[in-house]
Design a protein around this ligand. Structure first.
Ligand code: C5P
Length: 410
């Protein structure tokens, strides 16, 4: 089963007449790059802003307009489009389109197809990204239409507060394609193999303060941990991401808990992991911190300065001694020598089910690069050495093994 949620999915993209329609082309392109078949339906007003050819070009699939309402296959087109859809995204959705959808109008191909979409519990989800001027958005008619659609199970993303075509800064701006993609990903992951499971992921470095302006840290970027959080979300899990300072955007749908020091990370993990099904401890937690944190900036004296360090508590070791623990605990071993021997020793000492070992001295793997080459060591002695792959692919491989462990407990 592909965990990449857009692969082989058929996504209907309804585009109505707002200037935000130009961003829908980017959305279509990203969905297509993710492996989806994207069928765009443009309203007449949308074609004033953007051409069907744009969608055809980025998706490699036909894009439809009201002209297709009267073609040779017209009597079945809307039914076929609706039946094939795994997800119907309407972005941008204007006030007019929302009104049509809320009241069951079927006077253009977009509204007609939305009406032909199955409804009920097993129906393909409908994700709506409104875009309009702030006054139109807050108008009681629009709000009532949104409430009606929500009550029927439609999901909404945005609108956001920001610059509007009117020149105002207010609520009405369509969510960015990345946000819409994140929500779409979440909807397609519903019912996935980790649905109903809670996965806690730690990621990134920690910062150990020396004084108010200085800290000790490491080169971890958080990328592998964030990729794991995304892969768990893509399998339908509820994800808590406990992250040290990084520059990354958290995946849509993850509950982000931001921490700084090893002590803060320890407190967050011990609070959230025991009741979770899975803990993925990908963070590069500092092993040492300054023995004292000065209240004021330490002054330079022109002399040498000796820094005393003290060991931080090992979070996995602390968790191992708790009565309540996650069903599956995965650790990471970043090593520069004796990779497998050191990783095996850590797996045993920390009571792990799996340990993911990587040689962080390689230029193309480990810290702060997009790729990784890992070995996965199992509790029963099995070792799997994976080839160089992207961190997203490594995450998918790890999640696949976790799904297998949860399904076949030993
Ligand atoms: O012993 P080492 O730090 O190499 O072990 C790495 C594994 O232990 C990682 O999964 C890391 O997140 C975790 N760790 C921890 N608490 C620490 C240091 C590391 O749980 N203080």
């Amino acid at each position: 089963m592909p965990i990449t949620p857009f692969r082989e999915k058929t996504i209907l993209l309804g585009v109505s007449g707002s200037i935000a329609a130009y961003k829908a082309a980017d959305l279509a392109s990203k969905l297509a790059q993710g492996g989806a078949r994207v069928h765009a339906i443009l309203t007449k007003a949308a074609t004033q802003f953007i051409s069907p050819l744009t969608f055809q070009s980025v998706s490699g699939q036909p894009a439809y307009t009201d002209a297709d309402l009267w073609g040779a296959q017209a009597h079945v087109l809307h039914i076929g489009l609706a039946q094939d859809a795994d997800l119907f995204i309407i972005a941008p959705a204007t006030a007019n389109t929302l009104a049509k959808l809320a009241h069951g109008f079927a006077d253009d191909l977009l509204a007609l197809t939305a009406l032909a979409l199955e409804h009920g519990d097993d129906a393909s989800p409908l994700l709506i990204a409104p875009a309009m001027d702030a006054g139109m958005y807050s108008h009681p008619s629009t709000q009532a239409n949104i409430a009606t659609l929500r009550a029927r199970g439609a999901q909404f993303v945005g609108p956001e507060t920001g610059h509007l075509a009117s020149g105002l800064t207010a609520r009405g701006r369509m969510s960015e394609p990345a946000t819409i993609l994140g929500r779409a990903r979440r909807l397609l992951a519903r019912g996935g193999p980790l649905s109903g499971r809670h996965v806690v992921v730690t990621a990134g470095p920690t910062q150990e303060p020396l004084d108010p302006v200085r800290y000790l840290t490491n080169r971890s970027s958080g990328r592998q941990g964030y990729a794991l959080a995304q892969a768990a979300l893509d399998s339908g899990a509820e994800v808590t991401l406990i992250s040290g300072p990084t520059t990354l955007a958290p995946p849509e749908g993850a509950r982000l808990l931001s921490v700084r020091s090893a002590d803060e990370m320890s407190a967050a993990v011990l609070e959230h992991a025991p009741a979770a099904d899975v803990l993925l401890m990908a963070a590069a937690v500092a092993d040492f911190r300054p023995a004292q944190t000065a209240n004021q900036k330490i002054k330079k004296t022109g002399q040498a300065f000796t820094l005393e360090l003290t060991a931080t508590p090992d979070i996995l070791n602390t968790l191992k001694r708790q009565a309540k623990r996650p069903r599956v605990t995965v650790g990471f071993a970043a090593e520069t020598q004796d990779l497998l021997t050191n990783a095996r020793a850590k797996l045993e000492a920390k009571g792990l089910d799996l340990i993911v070992a990587n040689n962080v001295s390689a230029a193309d793997a480990g810290f702060a690069v997009a790729t990784n080459r890992v070995a996965i060591l199992h509790r029963d002695g099995q070792i799997e050495e994976l080839p160089l792959m992207s961190k997203a692919e490594v995450a998918t491989e790890i999640i696949k093994r976790i799904i297998a462990m949860l399904e076949n407990p030993t």
